[in-house]
Design a protein around this ligand. Structure first.
Ligand code: PLP
Length: 239
């Protein structure tokens, strides 16, 4: 299908600038999905496609669940939007309370965001503001990890370690960031059963970074417990 040719539902393909996609290549032979139910998508030709990754890890309850579409529809009819700046409505309080019950120990405050990128940048901002508020304004360094993915905001790509997401912005990334080594160790860990045996020493590099920069200058360390977008890399067993 040519880039400018309308597809079967009438929309042209060139206006939508697709993220993380080779646009020209995709649009020359597009793979369009039109429906989804349970574990399967249906493409424009009517083929069923097994969704092995639950969307982009975001449809874990399955596609087109009646309970979910009915609940969303009910809520939109009752109260579609209300501000939470200086006002409120009951539901975010209720959800925050339920999340606080599920999260460990004193993780009891919930700040809602719209995406992972926004969450990562907000977490970094909260860490910096927290250090300043408790009188440690010199704690500004952030430690991330090579191959880490924390979204597409400037904070996230700075602490992240995916080269292709960073290289066009290298002189504009956040200052005061260092990185732990990544945890991929094919030589020693290929074909592991369960969690891989080797690699805990890579986490211990944090001690060296603390010695190098001074604990009194570090605001936060941000790592994915299990790497995702940089490759699904299981953490090694702790000794
Ligand atoms: C750890 C982590 N942070 C941030 C993000 C970015 O999320 P979003 O695509 O919702 O901005 C992701 C997405 O995979 C992620 O895995």
């Amino acid at each position: 299908m040519a880039v400018n040719k309308p597809h079967s539902e009438g929309a042209r393909l060139d206006n939508f600038w697709m993220p993380f996609t080779a646009n020209r290549q995709y649009k020359s032979t597009p793979r369009l999905l039109t429906k989804a139910e349970g574990m399967y998508y249906t493409d424009v030709e009517g083929n069923a496609v097994l969704d092995a990754t639950a969307g982009l890890w975001c449809c874990n309850a399955g596609h087109s669940r009646t309970q979910i579409s009915e609940a969303v529809s009910r809520q939109i009819k009752e109260l579609d939007y209300a501000p939470t700046f200086q006002m409120g409505h009951p539901l975010p309080f209720e959800l925050a309370e339920r999340l606080a019950e599920l999260t460990p120990a004193d993780l009891n405050h919930v700040f809602f965001t719209n995406s992972g990128s926004e969450s990562a940048d907000t977490a970094l901002k909260i860490a910096l503001a927290y250090q300043r508020a408790r009188g440690h304004a010199n704690r500004t360094m952030l430690i991330g990890r090579e191959q880490g993915y924390h979204g597409t905001g400037f904070g996230g790509i700075s602490v992240g370690g995916m080269v292709n997401n960073r290289k066009a912005y290298s002189s504009q990334l956040l200052p005061g960031v260092d990185h732990l080594p990544h945890t991929l160790d094919i030589e020693r860990n290929a074909f592991s059963r369960g969690l891989p045996e080797y690699g805990i020493e890579r986490a211990e590099v944090l001690e060296q970074l603390i010695a190098l920069h001074g604990a009194e200058n570090i605001a936060a360390v941000i790592v994915e417990p299990m790497s995702g977008s940089g490759g699904v890399i299981l953490p090694p067993v702790a000794i």
